[in-house]
Design a protein around this ligand. Structure first.
Ligand code: DOR
Length: 428
């Protein structure tokens, strides 16, 4: 089977370049990248005016299977991923059972291959049951295909345990993805600490709850030489700590979510539980700082932290609702609307944070559109504007604070190993 992607602008996120070229795919590989290709019998994708990017990778996704299939399954989550332009996702281990053994990692991979949507790279737990006490079977999980280790959703409270986990992770050549949060500072908080929280009568979470853990993990990573990836950076202080650490040569990378660069704590003013997320939405100054971090390369990756929850779990009093919001089907539009359009980053630079950078963090093959490369490709219409309609999501859940937002920059086709998923302009 041949696909001719014709008339588009091919993005090279590593080089930061855009070139008008056609791309010929045969079976699962790219075989030709040239101007003016003709290919008899090929399915032609007319991509005039569109960007043809290496497939997007979302390195922070909760697929909820096994155990929470009422929120999402590997099949629905990966369908949402391809709908959002992602050819691959990394699946976090806070499932039930927790992904802390070879068996669960193998199960996730099996379900992903049955679903045959986006690729799924499992992330193994750092500690058994995410409890923070005993290290999980990291070596076995690595052998089974875990690409990184994380207790995401919960912090690794003990510095001693984190240190040992980093020693093993270093040996396996995998990063530790750290959910940086000090429980004693969170202390039952529900949103960013500050005036808005006081006015709403909700208990606040100080920026320091994140920053003290970022500082600790940077010190440990520096001492051990383990690759540390800081998940969902939300505060100006975290950006500053990571920037300084990078200057010192600490092997650290970091990610930010679209909700942390688009929204502030004001999104909670109406007690919208869909804006309840951990780490919490922060202040304008924090948003400004993460944007600066993205612009100067302190923050390497944009990841969604797609965290589905059922309607009935979110339709409760604010303090009873779970933390988390959806991301797979809105990330690309939010990046183009809030990062590319205002000029924080160029389109190739923004796409680097969704392709080559997450691939480097996870040790995956460099995504590129070159002859011989795997045909994982995302076609993006950078000018098409569409309104977010959660009822059209392919995710099983609907918990987004972005319903009704008009976003410019939409995926129009996602190709995974030569298999095309195509969408019309209404998002179906
Ligand atoms: O808001 C969040 N939800 N933050 C996390 O770290 C975990 C996630 C979840 O699993 O629901």
């Amino acid at each position: 089977m041949k696909i001719l992607i014709k008339g588009g602008t091919v993005v090279d996120p590593s080089a930061g370049t855009l070139r008008e070229l056609d791309v010929l795919v045969e079976d699962e590989r790219v075989i030709k990248v040239e101007a003016g290709i003709t290919a008899r019998g090929a399915t032609v994708l007319d991509t005039a005016g569109m960007l043809v990017s290496p497939g997007l990778i979302d390195m922070h996704v909760h697929l909820r299977e096994p155990g929470y299939e009422y929120k999402e399954t590997i099949a629905t989550g990966t369908a949402a991923a391809v709908r959002g332009g992602f050819t691959a996702v990394a699946a976090m281990p806070n499932t039930n059972p927790v992904a802390d053994t070879r068996a669960v990692i193998e199960y996730v991979k099996k379900q992903a291959s049955v679903a045959a949507n986006a690729r799924v790279y499992p992330v193994g737990a750092v500690t058994r049951g995410l409890e923070g006490n005993e290290l999980a079977e990291m070596g076995e999980m690595r052998e089974a295909g875990a690409v990184a280790f994380s207790n995401d959703g919960r912090p690794v409270v003990s510095a001693g345990v984190m240190r040992r986990a980093m020693q093993y992770a270093r040996m396996f050549g995998t990063p530790i993805i750290s959910h940086c949060e000090d429980d004693t500072l969170v202390d039952g908080g529900m949103m960013n600490e500050g005036l808005t929280a006081s006015v709403l009568g909700l208990k606040g979470i100080p920026a320091a709850a994140e920053e003290v853990m970022v500082a600790r993990d940077l010190l440990l990573a520096e001492a051990i030489g383990c690759a540390l990836h800081v998940a969902h950076v939300s505060t100006a202080g975290s950006v500053r700590l990571i920037r300084e650490a990078k200057r010192r040569g600490v092997p650290v990378t970091a990610e930010v979510t679209p909700h942390h660069f688009v929204l502030t704590e004001e999104a909670i003013a109406g007690y919208d539980t869909n804006a309840k997320v951990n780490p919490p939405l922060r202040s304008k100054a924090d948003v400004q700082a993460v944007l600066e971090g993205l612009a100067d390369g302190t923050i390497d990756v944009i990841a969604s932290d797609h965290a589905p929850h059922a309607d009935y779990e979110k339709a409760v009093e604010f303090d009873k609702a779970p933390f988390g919001l959806l991301g797979l089907e809105t990330t690309l539009g939010l990046v183009f609307t809030y990062i590319v359009e205002p000029g924080v980053l160029s389109a190739p630079q923004a796409l680097a944070r969704l392709t080559v950078n997450p691939a480097r963090v996870l040790g995956l093959a460099e995504p590129a559109i070159n002859p011989g490369a795997m045909a994982d490709i995302t076609v993006i219409d950078p000018n098409h504007e569409a309104q977010v309609n959660p009822d059209r999501f392919l995710s099983k859940s609907r918990n987004t604070p972005f319903g009704g937002f008009w976003l410019r920059g939409q995926p129009v086709a996602t190709i995974v190993a030569g298999k095309i998923f195509k969408f019309d302009q209404e998002g179906r």
